[in-house]
Write a protein that binds this ligand. Structure first.
Ligand code: GLU
Length: 461
């Protein structure tokens, strides 16, 4: 049996890390099983859905490389199909019209609450053998209710939560079509999961309550439900459910802040799944390891410091040429305007001290744009005592061969002639060249700056 999974977001508001994790796992499961991953947009909440939100979902998934094989399918474009299945269910006696007014339903609910009972539809309009239904009120359009099985229970082995059993007595007859004939949420999901031959539903655990209802509809249609895996919530740093209101950022903002897609996939993978103690892994490795048996049972908490650390590890291990490509995502003009091989060498020199590609781009820019040394650093390091040594170095660098060995030799010559120690010369030169005393080794920095830039920046008034 071929594995078929789906991500079924509702395009209401932007997609944050907690949401996209619900795309990562079904994607990874499909990929690791040579299966099919489907994107389905659940846009039946017309008021709250927007094309803009769909675009952000697609953009975020593209960025992370969570490519889908089928879709995107839009539920709003499948209305005819839902109505067709509804008609078929009507024919089979699986649904019935209910004419209870909203007011009567409210009154029923109030009464049940007063009697300390769980509010539920009481089956007034459910046809039973030998039962006489109330007279149909005039001018009222009915809702359609699903005939939930009476007695017994719904049981499933959830891949995350284990065995879940819900008594059918807990479930009343669900409205599956509104008075205007439009189908309701749980019904659409079942028709879609059936038509799309979904074998594994991997989704947030806010849907656990829907599952027994969906399973009953599957069975009524004569089909077996898919395997379910309900993922625990992702909490924000304050320990609350991640949400836009709680300060969550759209996924694509992490791209703009200089995170690598592979680092993000790595971090998100660990946010609710584990493979022993492995913390840093490539996408390929993840796909080899991923399974549904090691999904975490408790809520995972987002930790931006850890995300930065994971990103730093990935930046460090990414080949320099590839890093240049990633710089383009955050600073296109920097990459388009300069020699890629030179940029790659800058990446090689700085990548182990950057936790985002934005930080790396900031370093790279210092090689091409005039740097503004901080006045305190200038005053501290570029003292009168060291100025003659700097000028002497500049003089030697005017004519020496432009390679690391010759540059190192020039530095040493100045140290010998002036009696200065290496840091006494290196710090001010670094400040003049890159605006800060904290840089990688001086000879490498000088070489990468190029003769012209070095001479211009070391020229002291
Ligand atoms: N549209 C639902 C959501 O965004 C997901 C439904 C499902 O995965 O079954 O929460």
């Amino acid at each position: 049996m071929q594995v078929r999974t789906r991500f079924a977001p509702s395009p209401t508001g932007f997609i944050h890390l907690g949401n996209i994790r619900s795309a990562l796992y079904p994607w990874a499961f499909a990929r690791s099983k040579k299966g099919v991953f489907i994107l389905r947009i659940e846009d039946t909440d017309v008021e709250r859905s927007s094309q803009e939100a769909v675009d952000v979902i697609v953009e975020g998934m593209d960025w992370l490389g969570l490519t889908h094989d089928e879709g995107p399918f839009f539920q709003m474009q499948r209305m005819d199909r839902y109505k067709e299945v509804l008609a078929q269910m009507k024919e089979q006696g699986l649904v019935y019209p209910c004419y209870m007014s909203v007011e009567a339903l409210d009154a029923l609910r109030e009464q049940q609450k007063a009697d300390k009972e769980k509010p539920r539809y009481d089956g007034t309009w459910r046809p039973e053998p030998g039962k006489t239904l109330p007279p149909i009120p005039e001018g009222v359009k009915p809702v359609m209710r699903f005939k939930n099985p009476v007695g017994g229970s719904v049981v499933w082995e959830d891949k995350v939560k284990g065995r879940i059993e819900i008594s059918n007595d807990e479930l009343d007859d669900l409205v599956i079509a509104r008075p205007d004939g439009t189908p309701t949420y749980n019904f659409c999901v079942v028709v879609d999961d059936l038509d799309m031959n979904i074998t594994h539903v991997i989704r947030g655990d806010d849907h656990v309550n829907n599952t027994p209802r969906q399973i009953n509809i599957f069975r009524a249609l004569g089909k077996e439900p898919p395997v379910y895996a309900h993922l625990p919530t992702v909490l924000n740093e304050q320990g609350e459910k991640m949400s836009k209101r709680g300060g969550a950022k759209p996924v694509t903002q992490y791209r703009d802040e200089g995170y690598l897609p592979d680092a993000m996939v790595n971090y998100l993978a660990r946010l609710g799944w584990s493979h022993g103690d492995e913390e840093i892994f490539s996408r390929e490795q993840f796909l080899q390891w991923f399974d549904l048996d090691h999904l975490g049972k408790s809520a995972a908490q987002f930790d931006e410091a850890k995300l930065r650390w994971v990103n730093a590890q990935h930046i460090k291990s990414t080949p320099d040429e590839q890093l240049v490509g990633h710089l383009r995502a955050v600073r296109p003009a920097l990459v388009d305007g300069h020699d890629r091989a030179h940029l790659a060498r800058i990446c090689a020199l700085f990548k182990d001290r950057c936790d985002t590609t934005v930080a790396l781009a900031d370093w790279a820019e210092k090689f091409y744009q005039p740097v503004e040394a901080n006045s305190q650093e200038l005053a501290k390091h570029v003292t009168d005592g060291v100025r003659p040594a700097i000028s002497m170095l500049a003089k030697l660098l005017e004519t020496c061969a432009w390679d690391k060995a010759a540059i190192t030799e020039s530095i040493k010559e100045v140290l010998r002639a002036t009696g200065l120690k290496m840091p006494q010369l290196a710090m001010p030169v670094r400040v003049l060249l890159l605006g800060t005393a904290q840089t990688p080794s001086l000879d490498s920095v000088i070489e990468l700056c190029g003769r012209e830039t070095v001479l211009a920046r070391l020229r002291l008034e």
